[in-house]
Ligand binder design. Structure first.
Ligand SMILES: CC(=O)SCCNC(=O)CCNC(=O)[C@H](O)C(C)(C)COP(=O)(O)OP(=O)(O)OC[C@H]1O[C@@H](n2cnc3c(N)ncnc32)[C@H](O)[C@@H]1OP(=O)(O)O
Ligand SMILES: CC(=O)C(=O)O
Length: 526
């Protein structure tokens, strides 16, 4: 009896995604995260194809201490017309030291004849010779049967012959690949069931997402008897990507009751998916199933009112089982229940306080109509809430005035200037900041003015700035919304400002960003 394989190909097929470029150090870091997730195999790359992948294997065996995963090296069957033992590409796979070697093999007649430019018989020999050679060297060999489903639909007998050639030569698993990603679940289910019955081989599944069905197709294959699934973290991969491995594992484990990874590892899935995003430098996708920041976020007021009774009424699993959290989003679609639940996130209990709930809700709806957006700016909502309630948000300074001057010369050397006047800590403060634009200058001016009394401001950084113009047709009368993300190096928060000009909207979002940061850090009003 063999165990189910959770085979990760983030470092190989995931790295085939447009825009991903991972160094050896990145690959080592991702491998550690994959091992924490509990995958059984990490496909590290194609040794011999590029220096990075060769170096990865050379370093991985010395530097990685893997607990759940085995490293697999990826390569191709031998070239047509040469002995497997004399093919340098096959030798590089052996030289990598990997215990598991996965070979991509053709199983579609048109690919054999037109891409490989060889005969069907020679392709079968390429498969069996290469598998037998690597097997004889003591390696576990797996096959990625490329374009399997398209080939199967065109010429079932030939596709089966490729699977049999690999199986009989000693391949442990033959992963059937939907290389072009064009299959639908019914087609995959039928083909896998048929191949299994016809060959008796152990089957795996490798799907791409071109029909948006990579996970569904992989599930269908498992239901038809495949016990090896391939996928990538965050669904990275060639074109539209591969099956999202975390979604797949969560579906199989939480929905079908399969025992694939230890529950405490799945409970770390959100952190791991986001940590991989950090390494690849691709921002996490908020609507990603299970691990997206929005996967358990609720905006509609009616949802919140039911969630107040029982969160399970509007969620398909407990978010904690994948390390995620439920969140309430406050917007003009909110009801009093939304405000009550959101306030609870801030440690404010408004249960039964209908007057306050209605007041805050009315304010939110009125401001959203003017262009504010609180579902994207939690920090501004918390400040609004505290300002509306008895326990006011701290007011760290009374700003008397601010003004900005823009250097009309423009160009690289032109600096804008902002002067901010405020009263704080019993002093009247005035300072001027410079910046490479009016908002940058205002940010510096505000900080320089308040730092004298609140040196904690130095730990706060503006990390993102977004502008949206409403009613652009009104030209210079249009409304501007600014969202500013501020960070204290551990976490970040977003504030919103709306005005009929960009500088005023930015000022509001900037001041709230700093106020929120000081409040969060527990800084008292001085
Ligand atoms: C479906 C997939 O995603 S499989 C993974 C694909 N990944 C990659 O291609 C990334 C790494 N690839 C590379 O670095 C390069 O393509 C290399 C090093 C593998 C080969 O580079 P080159 O030697 O310059 O060859 P090139 O890329 O032009 O052509 C590939 C060769 O492999 C042959 N080939 C293709 N598939 C297979 C296969 N399954 N088995 C054996 N040979 C194959 C082709 O016929 C071609 O042979 P030819 O040079 O005799 O015409
Ligand atoms: C092997 C592989 O990556 C594919 O067929 O898609």
């Amino acid at each position: 009896m063999h165990g189910f394989h959770v085979y990760d190909t983030t470092l190989r097929d995931g790295a085939q995604q447009e825009g991903i470029n991972v160094s050896v150090a990145d690959k080592l870091a991702i491998s550690r995260l994959l091992d924490e997730l509990g995958v059984t195999h990490i496909e590290g790359g194609w040794p011999g194809a590029n220096p990075n992948d060769t170096e990865f294997f050379a370093r991985a065996f010395g530097e990685l201490e893997l607990h759940t995963a085995t490293l697999a090296a990826f390569g191709a069957t031998r070239r047509a017309g040469i002995d497997a033992a004399r093919d340098p590409q096959v030798q590089a796979l052996l030289d990598s030291g990997a215990e598991v070697i996965t070979l991509v093999a053709k199983s579609h007649p048109a690919h054999v004849e037109r891409a490989l430019r060889t005969t069907r018989e020679e392709n079968l020999a390429m498969i069996s010779d290469t598998v037998a050679h690597l097997h004889a060297q003591g390696r576990t060999v797996m096959i990625d049967a490329e374009h399997f489903f398209d080939g199967y639909l065109l010429d079932r007998e030939y596709a089966l012959a490729c699977v049999r050639a690999a199986h009989e030569a000693g391949a442990e698993v033959i992963a059937l690949c939907d290389t072009n990603g064009g299959m639908l679940p019914g087609q995959v289910r039928d083909a896998v069931a048929d191949v299994r019955a016809a060959t008796g081989a152990r089957l795996g599944i490798h799907c791409h997402n071109d029909t948006g069905c990579a996970v569904a197709n992989s599930m269908a294959a498992v239901e038809a008897g495949a016990d090896h699934v391939q996928g990538t973290i965050n669904a990275y991969g060639e074109r539209t990507g591969n099956a999202d491995l975390i979604t797949l594992v969560a579906n199989l484990q939480l929905k079908l009751g399969m025992d694939l990874v230890e529950p405490h590892r799945l409970q770390d899935a959100t952190r791991i998916a986001h940590a991989v995003s950090e390494v690849t430098n691709f921002p996490p996708f908020s609507r990603q199933p299970y691990v997206g920041s929005g996967a358990f976020a609720h905006k509609a007021g009616l949802h919140a009112s039911a969630i107040k009774v029982d969160p399970d009424l509007y969620q398909h699993i407990d978010p904690k089982s994948v390390g995620n959290d439920m969140r309430m989003l406050v917007s003009d679609m909110a009801g009093r229940a939304t405000v009550e639940l959101k306030s609870r996130e801030f440690g404010i209990d408004l249960a039964g306080n209908d007057e306050a709930l209605s007041r805050v809700l009315a304010k939110v709806k009125q401001l959203e109509q003017q262009g504010y957006t609180f579902d994207a700016a939690d920090a501004s909502f918390e400040l609004l809430l505290r300002r509306e309630l008895e326990e006011e948000a701290p007011q760290y300074a009374q700003v008397e005035s601010w003004r900005v001057m823009i250097d009309a010369r423009g160009g690289e050397n032109a600096l804008s200037e902002a002067t901010v006047k405020a009263v704080a800590g019993g002093h009247r403060l005035v300072a001027t900041g410079e910046g490479n634009g009016p908002v940058n200058a205002l940010d510096h001016g505000l900080r320089q003015t308040l730092t004298v009394v609140y040196p904690e401001i130095e730990a706060l950084d503006l990390i993102d700035y977004k502008v949206r113009i409403f009613d652009a047709a009104h030209g210079t009368d249009a409304t501007t919304r600014v969202l500013i993300e501020t960070s204290d190096a551990h976490t970040s928060w977003t504030t919103v400002g709306v005005a009929d000009n960009i500088v005023e909207a930015s000022w509001e979002a900037l001041l709230d960003g700093i106020t929120y940061g000081l409040m969060r850090a527990g800084v008292p009003v001085r």
